[in-house]
Design a protein around this ligand. Sequence first.
Ligand SMILES: Cc1cc2nc3c(=O)[nH]c(=O)nc-3n(C[C@H](O)[C@H](O)[C@H](O)COP(=O)(O)OP(=O)(O)OC[C@H]3O[C@@H](n4cnc5c(N)ncnc54)[C@H](O)[C@@H]3O)c2cc1C
Length: 371
Amino acid sequence: MTNKKDVVVVGGGGAGSNIARLLSRQLNPSMHTLTLIDARPFTVFLPATVRMAVTDEGSLEDRVLIPFDRLLSKGVGEVRTGRVVAIEEERPGSGGHVVLEGGERLHYDALVLTPGTALEGPLDYPFTKEEMLAFIRDWRQKFRDANHIVLAGGGPVNIEFAAEIKEYWPEKTTTIVQSRNLPLHPSYPDRFRSRVEKECRTRGIEFVFEDYLDQEVPKDGAVTTRSGKRLVADMVVVSTGGTPSTEFIRNFDANVVTERGFVRTNPSLEVVTHPGVFCAGDVVDNEERNGLGKYERHAAVVVANVLDHLNGRALSKKYAGSVDTLALIMGKSGGVAFVNVFGGIILGNWIMWLLLSRTMFVPQARRRMGY
Ligand SMILES: Cc1cc2nc3c(=O)[nH]c(=O)nc-3n(C[C@H](O)[C@H](O)[C@H](O)COP(=O)(O)OP(=O)(O)OC[C@H]3O[C@@H](n4cnc5c(N)ncnc54)[C@H](O)[C@@H]3O)c2cc1C
């Protein structure tokens, strides 16, 4: 038993690794402990995972799965591999324990929750490095073997999948079944969604709009949509946005998790009614769509407020939102992006090629992790 105050961060993905790194620079090791817990022994840099799933070119797994060993400042904090299954709060504001699978309990005075989203199909990753590499190999083989790929859901992930498939095998057919009349969510302007449709069609990607695909396994070389349309298929990829990994938070307090699994916070990114418990990243219940750029701002707010909480001060920072952006990597040669400034700017293939499509920001992600 020490007099140090304990800070625990659950989840070392896009938001949590950033928060843990910043905390390790600002906490005083003579007064605080810091523990980052992730279910995997490495972080997965998601923006590069679609290409990693499709091709072994460049052995992306060697750079996209990034270990935690260089993340934290020397001498401050530790990273644990484990799955948090429960939170036990002493009294609101008085800290408590997180419980790991297997029963170990870790004390916290301040807790940061960034468990992200569990994804589907080729992105529904297992937990050990060995299982992960086997999983990636299996999916690459499936993509290599398939000739007619139908993708259920017309969101960003499936658009990127279809484009990467076309990049490597232009002769394979790719058809996206989308419930709406254009790709993406209607919160994006139609002119951007139409541009995305055009960029897809230019690459040979086909669409079935205003329809659904429930069938995940083709039968007799085809799948049938909800409206009865038969599509030639030997592989189906489902990406409908995933599910927030917040079951353990719901079990802690069902009132702080929405029906869809998002966590209710106040503007300080503190979980409502639970002082000293903070939340960031994909699982925060707000109008924003997911994006790593926003989580730098989440991190700045959470880190300042964790320090305030530990020092018994009123929380000083509020999250005021970020500029909405969406960048679609469509193979190595380009893509299309939307930046919601000046009424909405669309960036096309050339700028995407220059900035993103070749490297997918992997070098920057590795630098952030200390590599
Ligand atoms: C294919 C794809 C492409 C994308 N492209 C872009 C892009 O170009 N630009 C952009 O800004 N954003 C992009 N995003 C979104 C971005 O990657 C996510 O918004 C971001 O990674 C979310 O960060 P997070 O920390 O909330 O969750 P994650 O990054 O998902 O991290 C959550 C972490 O928590 C861990 N975890 C979960 N539950 C537990 C538990 N119970 N115990 C312990 N650990 C747990 C997980 O292992 C994981 O490491 C993309 C996402 C995908 C899927």
